[in-house]
Design a protein around this ligand. Structure first.
Ligand code: AMP
Ligand code: GLY
Length: 424
């Protein structure tokens, strides 16, 4: 089959790498892709959020299956548009429709869903500019730290965690009345702070049946020891040692099962991935957020551990004929270290030459923000390359990933030195 994969990051590189191994694949197109995805297929320079551009590519390249990597096109309704188009009747789309994607596109919508289906999550209330005063009163009733979340998509920046009540009120005002996060913060969810260790869990579903993917832990802050600004993610590990036994059983019974049953009961047109952002608070799992796509950089350690034909699983899910069953997994630990451009997640320079790529013989070198120009590979984003290594222990995988990280060079390269340390 001919496959169109939308997106351009390390996540999409990893999907492309895995799809390339499938006997079902005829031709792979990645749009827009990056400086590494072109080894698995043809990069198409188009905007994945522009339906007409996507439609032309589907027709020109006789695409059978569209796999949507990032949330943007899903929340914008790419699936609804493809399904509604007379000329695209035979095309399968892996991803939820616009309504189902609201589970990621609106925090308030997701919270209502969790409450309706009895899924453990932080206590919360939702406010708008009209109810600002009630928002202040709700903050008065809580204790620090205060968690304020822009309701809509804000590229991972819309969550503020504040120690000081006065500052929290100021920020609430700024979000609601000064459009601090634009449209996204016209509505704000204020919630109880949950203290604990984070964990990412994933399922792949056809709307009713589902398979559970390997779990992962992401490292979101820019500096070692979880200090500094939030980023898209600086590294990841899978499996996660504490995600087993009784805790995993609770995740399954209290979170995965009721969420998947809820998605089915709501009648959502949901094929694709459900990403559960969890917190383990004293041995009890709580949902922090849902995403309607795979995580990045979690994908860089999760997909390599799936010892199955991922394209077959994706096509089955998109066609509504996925079989609910345990997946075959590799028992090895996968650990990835993200190399980023100095300055990220604030301003940084692009267009720096990357060297040392050909020296990597072991492990998986995952392009994220790279591009090709005049036979050179250049940096083109904040997160540049993810070094994924495998080992029979976390220590072994960590050692190899850091060896890889040291062999790649570009000006102002930066990376965390402690990925996995907290799990050792
Ligand atoms: P979100 O975009 O909802 O995943 O939030 C971003 C990050 O903020 C999460 O990964 C957590 O580290 C943190 N966070 C969000 N909600 C809470 C909460 N209720 N308690 C503690 N930390 C939270
Ligand atoms: N790694 C977190 C995310 O993809 O949202």
């Amino acid at each position: 089959m001919n496959v169109l994969l939308l997106g351009s990051g390390g996540r999409e590189f990893t999907f492309a790498w895995k799809f390339k191994q499938s006997p079902l694949l005829t031709k792979l197109f990645i749009a827009p892709g990056n400086g590494g995805t072109d080894q698995f297929g043809l990069n198409l320079a188009l905007n994945p959020e522009d339906f007409l551009e996507v439609k032309s590519a589907i027709i020109e390249h006789k695409i059978d299956l569209v796999v949507v990597g990032p949330e943007g096109p899903l929340v914008a309704g790419i699936k609804d548009q493809i399904l509604a188009d007379e000329n695209l009747k035979s095309v399968l789309v892996l991803g939820p429709d616009k309504l189902a994607a609201t589970l990621e596109g609106s925090k308030d919508f997701a919270k209502e869903f969790m409450v309706k289906y009895g899924i453990p999550t932080a206590a919360y209330k939702t406010f708008t500019a009209e109810t600002l005063e009630q928002g202040y009163q709700f903050l008065d009733s809580l204790t620090a730290p205060y968690v304020l979340k822009a309701d809509g998509l804000a590229a991972g920046k819309g969550v503020l965690i504040l120690q000081d009540l006065i500052e929290a009120k100021k920020e609430l005002n700024s979000m609601l009345t000064e459009s601090k996060f634009g449209q996204a913060s016209q509505t704000v969810v204020i919630e109880e702070f949950l203290e604990g260790v984070e964990l990412s869990i994933f399922t792949l579903t056809d709307g009713e049946n589902y398979v559970v993917l390997p779990e992962a832990k992401d490292y979101k802050r820019i500096h070692d020891g979880d200090k500094g600004l939030n980023t898209g993610g600086m590294g990841a590990v899978s499996p996660v040692p504490f995600a087993q036994g009784e805790f995993l059983e609770k995740v399954n019974e209290k979170i995965i099962k009721p969420t998947m049953a809820g998605i089915h009961a709501e009648g959502y047109d949901y094929s694709g991935f459900v990403f559960f952002g969890l917190i383990n608070k004293g041995g009890e799992p709580y949902v922090i957020e849902y995403n309607v796509r795979m995580g990045d950089p979690e994908t860089e350690v999760v997909l390599p551990r799936i010892d199955e034909d991922l394209l077959k699983l994706c096509a089955d899910a998109a066609a509504g004929k996925l079989e609910s069953r345990p997946l075959n997994l590799l028992s090895q630990t996968a650990l990835t270290v993200m190399l980023v451009s100095g300055g990220y997640p604030e301003s940084y320079e692009k267009g720096k030459e990357i060297s040392g790529l050909e020296t990597i013989k072991d492990g998986l070198l995952i392009h994220a923000g790279t591009k090709h120009e005049n036979k050179q590979t250049l940096t083109s984003g904040g997160r540049v390359i993810s070094c994924t290594a495998f080992g029979n222990s976390l220590e072994a995988a960590q050692k190899k990933a850091y060896q890889m990280a040291s062999l790649i060079s570009f000006q102002k390269k930066f990376y965390r030195k402690d990925i996995g340390n907290d799990l050792l």
